[in-house]
Ligand binder design. Structure first.
Ligand code: NAD
Length: 325
């Protein structure tokens, strides 16, 4: 395959982010765009000199016959789109969170496996250059405690402020850090999560303003992650992972820098490249070669980050400690 035929469903904000990268590659052909708001599909198609806009997902898949489908829809819109791709044997890149229903995500995972499809999920931070520095340092020091935060305001998409449509801030947004702790430290054993409301006064909003989750990893490591949307203009930026080792501190500042401090030295590396470029390139190369081994977050792995964040929600609503499989 010299060119990869790409179709895109959901043509809003994150679709634009992927297009910034895909349009830099000379082996991508944009064969179809589909969005329930047609004008958005038209705009993306014009932006990319794409082949055409479709009013139906199924027509797009049947007619344009893409090698790869980008699925960039809100969290509550997944399921039938992935199934349509599976039925037709089409590889797909799916934005996180991959679903709000774990049983459904597992059915999709099994369908993907049965058809041998190549998938990737938008955990872009796994492709950060500075995360490789963190990974290297972790191999040299013994980790004790980890804490982290993703705290800010409310994004401007209408589906975000509702559990029913976004899954809440942990599932929709801080899933990036929950996924990162799995990428860095292995699988979680159990989670307890508590949170509160009362600061955000926005109408038409049913989320927690903030929450704290304590995750015990299977290794015994304890990770505390804070999540909040009550601080759009806070005086400081708390968003990071702070990793306390026996003889070193490792800081991963969200999409910004990684720092190692020991008694003798301080090493600091800034992010140099947009992690979305290797994220998209790796997926396309896998589709071209048929070899998925370099994809850092296939659909089956992303199911585990979804399970962890849904367990946080369950704990948040029941007050119970949730054991993970
Ligand atoms: N990986 C990341 O860092 C990252 C960043 C931002 C957003 N996201 C994720 O991407 C997804 C989309 O976010 P966004 O910011 O692009 O939202 P958005 O609202 O800007 O875009 C979503 C688009 O999907 C369309 N849509 C909704 N239902 C559809 C359906 N059934 N079929 C076809 N089109 C449909 C909407 O009309 C809209 O244009 C979310 O799950 C979000 O969490 C990921």
């Amino acid at each position: 395959m010299s060119k990869v035929k790409v179709a895109m469903v959901g043509n809003g904000g994150i679709c634009g982010y992927h297009l910034e990268h895909l349009t830099q590659f000379d082996d991508v052909e944009f064969v179809g765009f589909h969005d329930v708001i047609r004008e958005r599909a038209v705009a993306r198609c014009e932006q990319t000199n794409g082949k055409r806009v479709y009013d139906s997902l199924e027509d797009m898949l049947d007619d344009s016959k893409p090698d790869a489908l980008y699925i960039c829809v809100p969290p509550n819109q997944h399921g039938h789109i992935e199934q349509a791709a599976i039925d037709r044997g089409i590889n797909f890149f799916c934005e996180k969170p991959i679903a709000l229903d774990l049983a459904m995500a597992h059915r999709i995972r099994d369908g993907v496996e049965a058809k041998g499809l190549i998938t990737a999920v938008g955990f872009q931070d796994r492709y950060l250059d500075i995360i490789q520095n963190v990974k290297g340092w972790l191999g040299e020091h013994k980790v004790g405690m980890v804490s982290g935060a993703w705290i800010g305001g409310i994004p401007g998409v209408e589906w975000w402020p509702h559990y029913a449509t976004s899954g809440g801030q942990i599932v929709e947004q801080n899933i990036h850090l929950f996924d990162m702790i799995r990428y860095l430290f292995g699988e979680p054993a159990r989670v307890y999560c508590t949170g509160s409301r009362g600061i955000v006064t926005k109408e038409d909003y049913d989320l927690h303003d903030f929450s704290t989750a304590v995750v015990t990893m299977k290794s015994g490591l304890v990770v505390t992650l804070h999540t909040g949307c009550f601080r759009p203009n806070g005086p400081s930026d708390p968003n990071c992972l702070c990793i306390l080792c026996d003889d070193a501190d490792i800081t991963y500042k969200l999409r910004s820098y990684a720092k190692l401090t020991t008694a003798e030295t301080t090493l600091s590396y800034r992010r140099m490249t947009d992690q979305g470029i290797p994220e998209d390139r790796t997926f396309l190369d896998a589709v071209k070669s048929g070899d998925p081994s370099k994809i850092r977050s296939p659909y089956s792995d992303a199911c585990k980050s979804l399970a962890l964040t849904l367990a946080c929600n369950e704990s948040l609503f029941t007050g119970k400690v949730i054991e993970l499989a």
